[in-house]
Design a binder for this molecule. Structure first.
Ligand code: AMP
Length: 598
């Protein structure tokens, strides 16, 4: 499937949309896009099994944009998403793809944001609404969101909505949209309740499933590194420095633009790198591959299409800088290493929310993917010194240093200094561009999110967290909700992670007091973040978050260990409905009864 070479135009998308895709650098449709776009364009309902990273957003956004009517005043497309973060991301994707559609507006609607602002934005007549279920219900109930014109409804990450306790709300919304609408449901898994929703609300849906290929890749050692977007480049260069058997690498990115940009950044850091993408002429591509073969280049930053079939035994590493769409693409990518009987290494950079894909790949390749241990500053220094020593020894082996002996001897005599002093000075000069010891100020502290946190923190994790607090990396913040409001640590984690977009690995200890509570989060959160998080609601009360000062705030210390809990992500069995309810709703909602099928 990942070998498909269809184009976006061939799938039936109009030129106005195809040109926007060219601008964002998409070369070819991903497998899920190739399958879904024609179906949605022709008006079918759709049941898609695919997870984040497969390109599913564009798979529904592109055809639905193509079907928009230009003369309608009310919203025509409604997308329901489980979290505020996803709602914003999907809305941004629509905006990007609709760059050449005049007068296009998309509006994300989620809890925690001011109603007044949302009501004002609704007046701009957005064609597409992307929202979290609770807030969409609020608007429907207030009459501020007219659904009469909804021609298409998308349920994105339906299993997540189920897991977060939204499924009744989703059904309620489905029942309030026109019965003649087109409906698409996307879900990474298809648990029974989701199947039931599909059976009840979708009409003769076409099913699309992104098949997980199984294969064994015996000569390739697979590893991964969890990283948040902004730190990716830093992590990549550190990964490259930490690899002992590094010879040459192919780094995979998703877009042509990314291949050029990342190449430039690597070149600026002293790597012999080149881009390899579908925009380049065939002759140029061949030259790049030739240079990689003969060692003139060490790194090629490629898109999937351009890297197809590359066979260069020197490639010791395949780095998935952007996660591939599916396991098939992954297996295809990593097959560029471990060739001609050699051992190869595949490293995947993965965002916390893409961790599911990692599990799928492990299952498909029937091999564990181990975490990468990033080198410390000391390790990098040692490695650079070792490389430098090798260079010196190679120069000595090559011989013909007579002239240089004379130069050194001349300096020794004329300056009255030792050969050791001269050697130290030369070493200093030789490393000025790329210091043997990385400058402390260039050595950014990387958050090292635990790959998977067990349900209860073990002693070591608690100690690490204490150290993080002591070193100022985590700080304690005060929340205006406490035990008297009936909150639990789980509620707080639910609100911060699901609605506030905070990664669970960044949430430390939570302490509950009667009228307030404290939570550990990264130190130095700015005012904007504080007010955004402070606007979240738990148990119908606003969090009103602010830095916590132990003396001034409470007059007493939190009980040792008593109420402290290291949180974990909510799981199915937790049914953290309460956290969601409180945070997505603006006010307690009257009880609702089902009103029958749409
Ligand atoms: P999604 O699975 O929708 O979350 O998409 C994951 C990422 O893939 C997003 O960053 C998209 O911009 C990117 N993407 C989606 N489709 C394509 C494509 N056809 N070519 C390149 N990148 C894509």
């Amino acid at each position: 499937m990942s070998e498909s070479t269809t184009t976006f135009s061939a799938l039936g998308l109009p030129e106005s949309i195809v040109s926007a895709l060219t601008e964002v650098g998409y070369e070819t449709p991903s497998p899920i896009q190739a399958a879904c776009i024609p179906l949605l364009l022709s008006g079918h309902d759709l049941l898609g099994q695919a997870q984040t990273g497969t390109g599913k957003t564009a798979a529904f956004a592109l055809p639905l944009l193509a079907r928009l009517k230009s003369d309608a005043a009310n919203p025509q497309v409604l997308v329901l998403a489980p979290t505020r973060e996803l709602a914003i991301q999907v809305a941004e994707a629509f905006q990007k793809y609709a760059h050449h559609l005049p007068g296009f507006h998309v509006l994300p609607l989620y809890g925690g944001q001011s109603m007044v602002v949302q009501l004002r934005q609704l007046k701009r007549q957005p064609q597409v609404i992307v929202g979290t279920p609770g807030r969409i219900m609020d608007h429907i109930e207030r009459g501020s969101l007219n659904l009469d014109g909804i021609a298409a409804l998308v349920l994105d990450e339906a299993d997540e909505m189920l897991r977060m306790g939204f499924i009744d709300d989703v059904e309620w919304i489905l029942q309030h949209t026109p019965a003649g609408r087109q409906t698409a449901l996307f879900s990474a898994t298809m648990p029974e309740p989701i199947r039931r929703v599909a059976q009840r609300y979708l009409r003769e849906p076409q099913e699309v499933k992104i098949r997980a290929a199984t294969s064994t890749v015996a000569t390739i050692r697979q590893r991964y590194c969890q990283v948040q977007g902004p730190m990716k480049l830093e992590v990549l260069t550190r990964v490259l420095e930490g690899e002992e058997d590094f010879e040459a690498a192919i780094i995979f990115v998703r877009t042509k633009t990314a291949s050029v940009e990342l190449t430039e950044k690597l070149e600026a850091r002293g790597y012999a790198a080149s881009a390899l993408n579908g925009d380049m002429q065939q002759a140029m591509r061949e030259r790049v591959i030739e240079q990689l073969k003969n060692g003139q280049l060490d790194i090629v930053v490629a898109t999937d299409v351009a890297a197809r079939g590359i066979d260069v035994p020197r490639i010791s590493h395949v780095i998935n800088y952007d996660i591939p769409y599916d396991t098939e693409a992954y297996v295809h990518r990593i097959g560029r290493t471990g060739r001609a009987g050699r051992q190869g290494t595949a490293i995947l950079l993965v965002a916390p929310r893409e961790m599911r894909m990692l599990k799928t790949i492990e299952r498909a390749t029937r091999q564990p993917i181990e975490p990468v241990v990033l080198p410390t500053r000391e390790m990098v220094t040692e490695r650079r010194i070792a490389q430098f020593r090798n260079q010196i020894m190679a120069a000595i082996r090559e011989g013909s240093l007579d002239f240089f002996f004379d130069v050194v001897r001349g300096i020794e005599t004329s300056e009255g200094i030792s050969a050791r002093e001269i050697a130290a000075a030369l070493t200093f000069l030789a490393q000025r561009e790329r210091p043997l010891q990385p400058e402390a100020r260039d050595w950014a502290e990387l958050p090292t999110p635990a790959p998977e946190r067990p349900a209860r923190a073990n002693r070591e994790q608690i100690l690490t967290r204490r150290r993080e607090v002591a070193s100022g990396r985590l700080a304690r913040y005060r929340l205006a909700v406490g035990r008297q409001d009936g909150v639990t640590p789980k509620d707080i984690v639910g609100a911060l992670a699901n609605e506030g977009g905070i990664d669970v690995s960044q949430i430390g200890q939570i302490h509950l007091f009667d009228v307030f509570s404290t939570v550990e989060l990264p130190a130095g959160l700015d005012g904007e973040t504080l007010s955004a998080l402070g606007g979240l609601r738990v148990r119908s009360k606003s969090l009103r978050m602010r830095p916590y000062h132990e003396d001034g705030d409470s007059g007493f210390r939190p009980p040792r260990g008593a109420e402290g809990t290291t949180p974990r992500p909510p799981r199915d069995s937790d049914a953290p409905k309460r956290a969601r309810r409180g945070s997505d709703d603006d006010a307690p909602r009257p009880r609702r009864w089902k009103t029958g099928s749409a």
